[in-house]
Design a protein around this ligand. Structure first.
Ligand code: GLN
Length: 207
């Protein structure tokens, strides 16, 4: 059974753990670099991106995450987590992880009171719309090369993916629809796991 870490420094990590467990995935709360060992992927939850960015730095998680991402480690950022994955975030007082070539504008839809819910058309998840909860959501203002846009809201990308990296600007862990958690497991984690399993065979074959 794969084990997925959920960054548990701040924000709604418990809801992500519950959703993942409900689809048969083992979870681990991640607070320190040592907690990353042996994981098959990591979710960066929603919360407050400046707080999470500071704590990532304080607990020494930034570089270990960047190194793993360079080696193909699957990561999924939701809301504040999507902000942290970006490589250009005006107004964030710490460097984001810079793993996905996306420019992210924080709190772009207004204040807490301007939070909203809407049904998204997400062809990759099938015909049924995905009910999405946006809470002081960020806006993906532009995407760089290799970034696939899986859904848009009023023209703005709200689900983007680049290989094993996935970002959503809303909170899929707050509704009971687990299709995005399933998508992350099959499309981002699944292929990475198979690639890792294939490595010993390839290395063995070359001797
Ligand atoms: N507004 C938050 C931030 O910039 C993100 C909101 C969220 O994760 N729900 O950190």
């Amino acid at each position: 059974m794969p084990t997925i870490g959920v960054l548990a420094l701040q924000g709604d990590f418990r809801e992500h753990c519950q959703r993942l467990r409900s689809i048969g995935v083992a979870t681990r709360e991640v607070r320190l670099p040592v907690h990353l060992d042996g994981l098959d992927g990591l979710v960066l939850p929603g919360g407050e991106s400046t707080t999470i960015a500071r704590l990532l730095q304080r607990f020494g998680l930034q570089e270990p995450l960047r190194e793993r991402a360079r080696a193909g480690f699957p990561l999924w950022g939701t809301c504040a987590g999507a902000i942290l994955l970006g490589d250009a975030v005006p107004g964030l007082d710490r460097a984001p992880l810079g793993l996905l070539p996306i420019m992210v504008e924080r709190n772009a839809y207004g204040r807490q009171i301007d939070s909203f819910e809407t049904d998204l058309d997400v062809p990759a998840l099938g015909a049924k719309p995905f009910h999405a909860v946006f809470i002081r959501a960020p806006r993906i203002a532009s995407v760089g090369s290799g970034v696939e846009v899986l859904a848009r809201h009023e023209g703005d990308p709200v689900i983007v993916r680049r290989g094993p990296l996935l970002a959503t600007t809303f909170h899929p862990e707050l509704t009971s629809d687990v299709r995005l958690h399933d998508y992350f497991m099959t499309e981002c984690v699944g292929p990475a796991e198979s690639a890792a399993k294939a490595l010993p065979t390839l290395a063995g074959g070359s001797h």
